[in-house]
Write a protein that binds this ligand. Structure first.
Ligand SMILES: [Zn+2]
Length: 364
């Protein structure tokens, strides 16, 4: 989302295909299987089932044997780091200029309209204390968040970039759908290091072609999704499932942090949870749609570009360039194997020297 975008403009929709203009003007669907921010190819996103996110955090805490509170802490910390890196790179003017002349209300307006078009839920401004000058505390409300810890991380990171100071975050449920989130500025200033994040441009070219809307330029197949721009909820009109656009850097930062702390078994857990999610979400018809069908399905969601997919006897092999979230993709491949073969699958996978992901699934 471009800073200073008017909410009205971003949440207007294309008269031809119905996709919000905030999506059309900010995101590119690339031929190499990626979705990226216009003008910032390092900021990569996936368009994915979002109910899986909070389920992922819960299942990870069960499988890894750590508390949900701890997983949330890691998620919020890692997500805020990714948000700081992204905003630090893309803010058009000096950050202090924004903080003082544009201010929080405008920042939150931007977050609000971004939330509506990206599927994050309905965000509203609570207020700031003190009312004028440098805020010590800022409050927002979010209704039907796509993932509460991801939202908290985004909001914390945005406040930290604006103030160049660390922030603390608190949240409380107001009812079953609404949450109050407070960010409190701390004294300690951010070091330059705190804006850094390992992010690489997906380097491999590709040949994925989309039929594009003649008016707004997004893939016409996005018509399959419905945007409720009052509630900030995107749904797949076929499956009824909710989706959102979220940055892969934030996800990878969460996984990296957990691996650092708990070891490689974290990735095995991610694969297992994503296998469960995909078994619930994918239809047998989709799983059986073969190379062309799955290649398209993966690319339009920004997961990467499948360059080969073979299922022979009781073995499935898959190669993908520019893989977004390797653990997710391996879990998806296991689910495809299981839906097609009717047998439990066991994955082996590697990132090849040319950065491709190679996956092999055999019966467990
Ligand atoms: Zn359009």
């Amino acid at each position: 989302m471009t800073w200073g975008d008017e909410g009205m403009k971003a949440t207007g929709t294309c008269g031809e295909c119905g996709v919000p203009l905030g999506i059309a003007s900010n995101l590119n669907w690339n031929a190499n299987g990626t979705i990226t921010q216009k003008g910032d190819p390092r900021h990569r996103l996936v368009f994915f089932e979002s109910d899986n996110l909070d389920r992922l955090w819960n299942r990870l805490s069960q499988i890894l044997g750590v508390t949900t509170e701890h997983i949330w802490e890691v998620v919020i910390g890692s997500k805020s780091r990714a948000t700081r890196a992204f905003l630090h790179r893309t803010l058009p003017w000096g950050v202090s200029f924004l903080a003082h002349f544009v201010g929080y209300r405008s920042m939150i307006k931007t977050i609000e309209s971004q939330g509506l078009v990206m599927g994050y839920g309905k965000i509203t401004v609570g207020g700031q204390y003190p009312r004028r000058g440098r805020p010590e505390r800022v409050t927002v409300y979010i209704e039907d968040p796509y993932s509460l810890p991801f939202f908290c991380g985004d909001f914390k990171g945005a406040a930290e970039v604006l103030e160049k100071r660390w922030a603390g975050i608190d949240w409380q449920a107001l009812d079953s759908r609404r949450h109050q989130v407070d960010v409190t500025m701390r004294e300690a200033r951010l070091e330059d290091e705190s804006f850094m994040l390992r992010e690489e441009i997906a380097g491999k070219p590709g040949d994925m072609g989309y039929e594009l809307c003649g008016t707004c330029g997004t893939p016409l197949d996005l018509r399959q999704f419905t945007w409720d721009l009052e509630a900030g909820i995107i749904r797949d009109s076929r499956s009824g499932r909710r989706l959102a656009f979220f940055g892969t850097a934030g996800m990878l930062a969460v996984f990296d942090e957990l691996v650092h702390e708990l070891g490689e078994r974290v990735i095995d857990a991610v694969i297992e949870v994503e296998r469960e999610n995909a078994l619930a979400a994918l239809s047998v018809e989709e799983a059986r749609s073969g190379y062309q069908g799955l290649r398209y399905l993966a690319a339009i969601r920004g997961l990467g570009l499948i360059s080969s997919l073979e299922m022979e006897g009781d073995r499935l092999t898959l190669r993908m360039s520019n893989p977004s979230l390797p653990g997710y993709i391996v879990g998806l491949a296991v689910a495809v194997f299981e839906l097609v073969s009717g047998r439990r699958g066991k994955p082996a996978w590697s990132i090849e020297p040319d950065t491709d992901l190679y996956v092999e699934i055999t019966p467990a």
